[in-house]
Structure formats: C-alpha cells, structure tokens
Design a protein around this ligand. Structure first.
Ligand code: NAD
Length: 529
C-alpha cells in the first residue's frame, strides 16, 4: 500500500479520501531535519504553504512520486527539482472560486443597500430610515476586470441579479465570454460604462497599481469599486481621494496593500466596506481544497492524470536538441504577443513552417500557450497546466503547417486575430538561438529575452536620438537596437533591448514624445519547463 505523509492540516474530507486508498501519517510541525529524515518512507507528501519542500527534501524522498499542495501557489515547493526527478506536483487552484465570487456579490449588494452602514446605525440606537436610500443592482452594468475562474463565477451570479455584464481580460476569447453571457470590451470602455467595477486579476507586475489615480478617474462618476482580489492592485490613496471628491460612490475591499492593514487610509471611511481577507473562508472551500488535492495525489499514485498537475516531463530527452530552441522561441513569442497586444483577442493561429513542420509540434504549441498565459498569471504556468487554463479561458488556437520557410530552416508564425485586425509575429532559430524576425509586419531581427522597449512611431530624423536621450537620462542602458519601417518617413517600429527595467514613468515620457504613437515595455523571463 502507498504511504502518504501529511505535514499540515487539511480538511477531514480530504484526509478521509486519502485514508480510503493509502496509509496516511499526519505529522504536523516537522522541522527541516525531521522532514528530510521522514520523507524517505513515503510515496506522497501533502503540504499547505508552511512546509518548505526544498531540493534536499525532494532528493531525500527516495520513494516519492507525488507532492500535493492544498491550495494554489507552489512557491514553497522546488518544482524544478521535482520535475528533474520525475516527481509530479499537484495543487488545488479552483477550490475557492465560488467562495470568493459569493463574497464579491455580497459586497456589491452591501454597497447598493448600505447594509453595513445601516447595521452600524441601528447598533448605535439610531433609526435613520431616510438616510439609507439604496439603489437596485437590476439593470445596472457590472464591469469585471479579469474573467478567470473567480471572475466567471461572479458573472454567472450577476446574471441572476439581472445585471448587464462587461469584462476586460486579455486572454479570454469572445466566444468564451459569450458563453457566460458577458460582453468583452477594452478596459477603457469598461471603466466608462460600468456602474460597479469588480476586480478579479492576479497581482503581477502588470497589475500592480492597475487602479491608479488615472484609471480611477476614467470610471463613471458615482460608480462603485469592489476588490476581492489582492492588495497592491488598487492605489488606496487614489481610491480615497476619489471617494472624498465624490467621483466614486463607494468601495468595498477584502484585501489591502499590507495585511493586517494597520493605519490604512480606507479603514473607517463612511463610504468603504472592509472585510478581513475572508474571500476563501468558507467551510465548503476548505473542504474542496482538501478533496481536490487528495484526488490529485491518488490519481498520480495510480498512474492516472491528475486534473491539476503543475509539472511533468513533456519532451523526450533525445528530441530536446532539435525541439528545444523552438520551444524557447514559442514561449518567448507567446509572452511577447500577450504583452504587446493588450486588447481582447478572438483567436490565435500558429503556423509551423519548414523543418518545424516535420517535427512533433505539440510541445511548441504548449510552449506558446505557456508564454501567453504566463504574462497574465500569478500561477506557475507549465506545459502541463497550460492547456487546462487555456480551455478555461476559451483561448482558441488553430494550427497549420507549411513545407516552405523562405530562407530559414524553420519558421514559427503566430497570427493574432483581435476584434478588428490580424497581427503577425514570425520567429526562427538561428545558430540554436530563437530570433524574432518579423513583428507586427515589420522586419526586425532580435533575440527575444530580457527587457525590451517597443515603439510604433512615424519615421522622422532624430527619433531614435530622442528616445535614446530619455533612456540615457533615466540611466537605462541600451544593449541593442532594431528598426523596421514600411517606407521612408512612414510608419516604423523600433525594438530596443535594455540592460535595465523600464519604469512606468520613463515609459510615459516616451509615449508623450511627438510622433510616438504607441510604446510598450516588454519583459521576457527565462521559462522553466
Ligand atoms: P485566474 O488566474 O483564474 O484569473 C485571473 C484572470 O485575470 C485571468 O483570466 C487573466 O487572463 C486575467 N488578467 C491578468 N492580467 C489582467 C489584466 N491586466 N487585466 C485584465 N485581466 C487580467 O485567477 P482567479 O482564481 O480567478 O483569482 C482572481 C484573483 O482573486 C487573484 O488575485 C487571486 O489572488 C484572488 N483571490 C482572492 C481571494 C480572497 O480571499 N479575497 C481568494 C482567492 C483568490
């Protein structure tokens, strides 16, 4: 019988599922040395977030075949080390969805009827019936920023309340949104049209301070903001200012920049409803986390496919030499497309040309998905979980092959169909290095890695110098420059590779330059397998 070690408390239902199929030992509070020692007798390990599953622990687990994380993030597990040793890592990312969605709907209704404020008034022995005049959510427009697992559940529930629902999510397809009765729009349109905005994005670099003073000022006058996502996404001082000036009618938040939020400017404000990060705190969510991880563990132990696997070897070592560079190309092209095209996308088309068409292109497809999703996710996206997450978002990829690859041995072409245009990116492998050779119709040639600046501008004398001067003044070093243009003094694109990360302030300075139409900072990390 398989032996399972559980080092942190999980829901009794999860434990019972494990106990029905294996011998289970619960040993809480093991220190590192004790865990290193104990692990050698077990086939599976179940943890939450406190146990550090280091490379040493994994190496000591001579029988270990699967590690389960009862929750979402796997930061406390050395997934690389596990993958190298063929140990599967499973988690339970979907168990909180309904709990958080119901809280968001609760906060929305609380804002509309001032339930919290009127409760406080009655508790203070007051009877202020005329003060608490509310508004009905029926017929109002709800804007969901982020239409992932939780955003989609909020949408389903808001439909029951007869609300009109808009969403902005750069990954979710129009078809998927239509299935759940949501209209996909740009973030600008969402802010202008929504009576209530509810935030459901992860906290990643591109969403930090997403709701800054500028975005909040784009919201409809008198609108409401609900945040049950993560602290750091809303600029709390900017929100306070918008409430004070009556630009916003109210706000509700479950999450804070620092938690617990001592001295927080929003706490105690009469227009703000605050809860102590209780989104996932339901008996059902805790139970679901336990059972999801237990089912994942048992599926892996029996040689099946766990629903929420984080890793697994996916390319045979002998195929790696030829496919490896194309996989790296696919990852970086996916990440690049997602960061350059920030609007809603209908579908993606991948074309494999030349030698690539003759290889097993499945891992390259997974690599593109991994790149696309990593740019918008806080979760660890791997070739294993990327297809599931893509399916959840309704992300559509069509594929074709072509025997010709112009002057290259092989080409990977990504065509991105947005609401009103098709954007084309083309990559090749030269001397085992991925290269982008065409971006948005411009011929360029650069290695996609590190920090990049893209400008779309009018080709004018002095343009490159002006951008260079702004970067120089900000102490940002340029390591390479690639310019493509349609014709002299017409539309042009410049790609600069940088030694330093570009700050939003410097990017705004570049965007403010005459003749610059658009500018984007792109950050291409090295992907793990
Ligand atoms: P998810 O990964 O399923 O969905 C997030 C969605 O946001 C994705 O579809 C992604 O494409 C989209 N997205 C990424 N960047 C975006 C951007 N700039 N603009 C618009 N959309 C963007 O995540 P989830 O499970 O639905 O979780 C949503 C949030 O809820 C996360 O921040 C998570 O940490 C938080 N959460 C809060 C609690 C709580 O207790 N309050 C509990 C669980 C999760």
């Amino acid at each position: 019988m398989d032996r399972i070690l559980v080092t942190e408390k999980i829901a009794p239902e999860g434990l019972a599922t494990l106990q029905a199929a294996a011998e289970v030992d619960v040993k809480l509070d093991l220190d590192t040395a004790a865990l290193n020692n104990a692990i050698r007798d077990y086939d599976a390990l179940v943890v939450r977030s406190a146990t550090k599953v280091t490379a040493d622990v994994i190496a000591a687990g001579e029988r270990l075949r699967v590690i389960g994380r009862a929750g979402t993030g796997v930061d406390n597990i050395d997934v690389e080390a596990a993958t190298r040793l063929g140990i599967i890592v499973v988690n339970a990312p979907a168990s909180n969805n309904v709990a958080v969605a119901e809280l968001a709907i609760g906060l929305l209704l609380d804002l509309s009827r001032q339930i919290t404020q009127s409760h406080q008034s009655v508790q203070a022995n007051k009877w202020e019936r005329s003060k608490f005049m509310g508004w009905e959510v029926r017929g109002k427009t709800l804007g969901l920023v982020g239409l992932g697992r939780i955003g989609s559940e909020v949408a389903r529930r808001a439909r029951g309340l007869e609300m009109h629902i808009l969403a902005y999510d750069p990954v979710v397809s129009f078809d998927r949104a239509a299935q759940i009765g949501v209209e996909i729009v740009t973030i600008e349109e969402l802010l202008v049209r929504s009576d209530v905005v509810s935030i459901h994005v992860p906290l990643i670099d591109s969403t930090r301070n997403l709701f800054d003073a500028a975005r909040i000022s784009q919201m409809k006058r008198g609108a409401y903001l609900v945040n049950a996502s993560r602290g750091g996404i809303v600029d709390e001082s900017a929100l306070l200012a918008a409430l004070e000036s009556n630009h916003l009618g109210g706000a509700a938040t479950d999450v804070y920049n620092t938690e617990p939020p001592s001295g927080n400017v929003l706490i105690g404000h009469p227009k703000v409803i605050t809860t102590p990060h209780i989104g996932a705190s339901t008996a059902e969510a805790q139970m679901q986390t336990g059972t999801d991880v237990a089912e994942g563990i048992l599926a892996a132990l029996s040689g099946g496919t766990p629903r929420y696997a984080v890793n697994a070897p996916f390319v045979a070592p002998e195929a790696w030499n030829v496919l490896g560079p194309y996989i790296r190309l696919g990852q970086q092209m996916g990440a690049l497309c997602m960061q350059l095209i920030q609007g809603p996308v209908r579908s993606y088309e991948l074309e494999y040309c030349g030698e690539l068409a003759e290889l097993d292109t499945h891992p390259v497809r997974l690599a593109v998905l991994q790149g696309l999703l990593t740019a918008t996710s806080v979760e660890r996206i791997t070739p294993v979980n990327a297809p599931l997450i893509a399916r959840e978002r309704g992300l559509r990829i069509n594929e074709r092959t072509c025997p010709e690859a112009e002057d290259y041995a092989g080409l990977l072409i990504i065509r991105v169909n947005t609401a009103d245009e098709q954007r084309v990116f083309c990559g090749a492998v030269l001397r085992d290095e991925p290269h982008i050779i065409q971006a948005d119709g411009y011929w360029v040639d650069f290695i996609p890695s590190g920090e990049l600046l893209f400008t779309y501008h009018r080709d004018r004398p002095g343009m490159i110098g002006r951008v260079g001067a702004i970067l120089g003044a900000a102490d940002v070093n340029i390591s390479g420059m690639y310019v493509g243009r349609l014709a002299p003094r017409e539309q042009a694109m410049m790609v600069l590779t940088l030694d330093e990360t570009l700050s939003p302030v410097v990017l705004d300075q570049i965007r403010a330059e005459p003749d610059i139409e658009k500018a984007y900072a792109v950050s291409l990390i090295k992907f793990n397998q």
